[in-house]
Design a protein. Structure first.
Length: 796
């Protein structure tokens, strides 16, 4: 039986476990501060003691029920501190939790006074009697310790010595328990590695169901015979181990990219590095290879804490980085490091378990903070990492994203033994880790926002400014990191073609569809600025028989991964996404990027466009904009292409993004089907919305005990004529489309989709590459239209 203990209202309970949360202050004899222990160490000790006590009791005390109880004062009870989650140490020792087991709370039936009974002292006495626990404390009969009034008088000196002896013994056991745990952890790690090795030997992967990123991890494997034929001599002067060179051969990476050849030697020599290089230029391996080298060089037995922590702004990127680094080690003849992804949307418990064995941890700031700070001992373990990598650094350090990263950095940097932290810089411990910061973009606007000024424009930061900005946010080993700018003149991929399509704001859906028809069966990524647009555009395209998948942050994590997986595996599929997909995603074979909504900032334009033309591939990035947006877009793109010393205003040299030529007759032929597809999509969305609003209002009305009728509510609700009423009206109209009307619309659309739109198309497109003759002859391509985006005015 268990009851709450509240002042003197407590009833007699047996085997009560009392847990109280009490403020610790220096005067309290239970305070961890009084014992001179930092809260965390006290917590660990308490945990160990608790375990030992439990095992001692289970081995020495016959049963709790059978043991004899004696009266004891509340304050004389053997309170035990409870290990607190690391996060609570942020309260700087203000709170502590203590608990005690096996205490009976007794209320005198006549006087109503409360007293406590415990059998713990009794059990200690039994240990002394040498029943099973050698060297246990010597205690007198519990009754001897009580005064005539029955209150506990405390231990004599002799007895105090006995307790000390008992505790000393426990300390010795603490030590051996500690080493036992260390050995067990090492054993677990070794077993895991052996398992991995076995799987590698059998050419298996550790995942049953391959997701998008698992596929990436498996991708580059080839037979060992082929590996010997890959010439990796170009990596020769970077000082890499034979194991890493073999892995690179397996990946068929015969030479390093510029950022890799510049950054790897610096990192290997122990420097902090800030690396800037264009999208798709191999920044992941620029930090991944040195981490692998350090892993191979260090003895596995001596490392029981993670070697590296890699922080990514999005979940998808975190999983991709995990897969990319796994691919580097897949099929290798060495024991591969264990790489754990710690991202939101997946089980925290599972991730905590994975962390126990992880050599490299890749995660998003929010989940990392949650897992590290609420775990026990994880902060200590992460303080020992040798590499901290901040990928997409300008994003992670920007306003709105820095909060959680800042908390992680603070907790890793603070010395809890001295009460240090960034509020107490003198006591901030010396750094042991290297910090590696990577991105394709570092923006001035970011820095201005962070120092509280309004951001004007989005000018690129030069080296000096980037440094000043970074030094404010991140601690570096040497005070000043090495700054490596692999592409000082441009952050856009060299094989990227850019263009814009001008159309009325209300016709973006139509032009998007037409653009996709000009680009049949090619993997396309469409960016919008809002989740609602993703929800609308995806079914619109699906209604037009295009294979489209949604991706936004409000989707469940499993659906997010599924969308990316399908986009990666289905040829010619389309991903409609918010900017959650803008950074870092490395999906092979993305041919076309469409900015359905204009990017809000120059860095977003760079990163969105960077999802194509990666490594040595080529690709196309197209902005769809309304006439009034064109001038702004041109300025934004010119800014992105401006060289560091060049002003955007110097018209002669400024980059000028071309307007693409879509055959307007084809666009107008697409209009009826696009209109129908939009109508159908809007109707479905409106029905869903009305249904969910209705369900919410019905539930609210039920809670309030009032009747709810949606029609009356609509008619009588105040303020319904105000802002948004037009949209609401449209939504209601769309939602009112009957089943029969929907069926008729679908049939009409089906008939339209069975016709080709480019019958009798201008010969200009046939001869100018507008029609893909190979696809036509092979019976491939789009059923409605045969063409390629090269017909849009790009030079072949
Ligand atoms: N040395 C190399 N040779 C050939 N391909 C490489 C090499 N290094 C990396 N790659 C490939 O290049 C692609 C892009 O690499 P990665 O994702 O690291 O780019 P990134 O610079 O981080 O891009 P972003 O800025 O968009 O995040 C990946 O598919 C990767 O496998």
């Amino acid at each position: 039986m268990l009851e709450y203990l509240r002042g003197d209202t407590v009833e007699r309970v047996t085997n009560l476990k009392i847990s109280i949360l009490l403020p610790l202050h220096p005067d309290s004899h239970r305070s961890t501060m009084k014992r001179g222990l930092p809260p965390k160490i006290a917590a660990i000790k308490a945990r160990k003691r608790q375990k030992l006590d439990q095992s001692a009791q289970s081995s020495t005390v016959p049963t709790k029920a059978a043991s004899k109880r004696c009266k004891v004062k509340l304050d004389d009870l053997q309170w035990e501190e409870v290990a607190m989650p690391d996060r609570l140490e942020d309260f700087e020792g203000f709170y502590g939790l203590e608990e005690i087991e096996d205490v009976a709370v007794v209320r005198d039936a006549i006087t109503g006074t409360i007293s406590f009974e415990s059998s713990t002292l009794d059990s200690l006495k039994k240990k002394d009697a040498g029943q099973s626990h050698s060297g246990a404390a010597v205690l007198h009969e519990p009754e001897d310790g009580f005064s005539d009034e029955g209150s506990w008088m405390g231990f004599s000196d002799k007895e105090g010595g006995a307790i000390k002896e008992y505790l000393d013994e426990k300390d010795a056991q603490d030590l051996s328990e500690n080493s036992l745990r260390t050995m067990k952890a090492a054993e677990r790690k070794m077993k895991k590695r052996q398992k991995q090795k076995k799987k590698q030997d059998h050419g298996k992967t550790s995942v049953n169901r391959k997701g998008a990123f698992d596929i990436l991890a498996d991708q580059p494997l080839s037979g060992d015979d082929d590996v010997d034929e890959v010439d990796v001599s170009a990596w020769g002067n970077l000082g890499l181990s034979s194991e890493t060179l073999r892995s690179l051969a397996r990946l068929r990476f015969s030479q390093p990219t510029l950022i890799q050849s510049s950054a790897i030697p610096e990192i290997l020599s122990g420097h902090d590095v800030v690396g800037k290089a264009s999208t798709g230029s191999g920044k992941t391996l620029a930090f991944g290879i040195p981490i692998l080298e350090r892993f191979l060089a260090s003895s596995q037995a001596e490392r029981l804490t993670p070697l590296a922590l890699i922080i990514s702004p999005t979940r998808e990127l975190a999983h991709q980085l995990t897969a990319h680094l796994t691919a580097l080690c897949s099929g290798s003849d060495f024991n591969a490091p264990s790489i754990a992804a710690v991202t939101g949307g997946l089980s925290v418990q599972k991730q905590r378990r994975q962390l126990e064995n992880a050599d490299v941890v890749v995660g998003t700031p929010g989940r990392l903070w949650e897992v590290i700070s609420s775990g026990q001992g994880l902060v200590k373990s992460f303080k020992q990492i040798q590499f901290l990598v901040v990928d997409e650094a300008d994003r992670l350090l920007s306003e709105g994203h820095y909060k959680e990263l800042g908390k992680i950095l603070k907790i890793l940097d603070c010395d809890e033994e001295k009460g240090g932290g960034d509020s107490n810089p003198d006591q901030t411990p010396e750094l042991q880790r290297q910090t590696l910061v990577f991105s394709a973009t570092f923006y001035k606007g970011l820095q201005q926002k962070l120092v509280g000024k309004a951001a004007k424009g989005g000018d690129l930061l030069n080296k000096q400014e980037s440094m000043e900005y970074l030094l404010k946010k991140v601690r570096f080993l040497e005070g000043k990191p090495k700054f490596i700018d692999a592409n000082p003149s441009s952050q856009m991929a060299s094989r990227l073609k850019e263009g814009l399509i001008e159309c009325a704001g209300t016709e973006k859906d139509l032009y998007l569809y037409a653009l996709l028809l000009f680009h049949p069966k090619k993997r396309s990524l469409i960016f919008t600025n809002s989740i609602s647009a993703v929800r609308r555009v995806t079914p619109f395209l699906q209604n037009l028989n295009l294979v489209a998948h949604p991706l936004h942050s409000q989707m469940p994590q499993k659906s997010r991964l599924r969308s990316v997986e399908r986009f990666t595996t289905q040829p010619g599929s389309i991903l409609v996404a918010t900017d959650v997909a803008a950074r870092g995603l490395d999906i092979p074979g993305v041919d076309l990027i469409v900015h359905y909504h204009l990017p809000r900032a120059a860095d977003t334009y760079v990163h969105r466009s960077g999802r194509t033309a990666r490594a040595k591939a080529s690709g196309i990035s197209v902005l769809i904009c309304a006439p009034e947006e064109v001038a702004g877009v041109r300025r934004l793109v010119a800014k992105v292409h401006a060289r560091p010393q060049q002003t955007v205003k110097s018209k002669n040299t400024a980059y000028f993004i071309r307007t693409l030529d879509l055959d307007r007759r084809i666009v107008s032929r697409c209009k009826p089907r696009a209109t129908l597809a939009k109508k159908l999509a809007d109707a479905v969305i409106a029905k869903e919305k009305i249904h969910s609003e209705d369900a919410w209002l019905s539930a609210a009305a039920e809670d309030l005990g009032v009747d709810y009728n949606s029609d009356t509510f609509e008619a009588e609700a105040p303020g319904r004529q105000g802002r948004g009423s037009g949209r609401k009206k449209k939504q209601n109209e769309a939602g009112a489309t009957s089943k029969g009307e929907m069926q008729a619309l679908r049939a009409e659309l089906k008939a339209l989709l069975s016709q080709r739109v480019n019958v009798g198309v201008s010969a200009k497109y046939l001869t100018g590459g507008g029609v893909d003759m190979d696809a036509l002859l092979n019976g491939e391509g789009n059923a409605e239209f045969l063409g390629t985006v090269d017909g849009l005015g790009f030079e072949a």
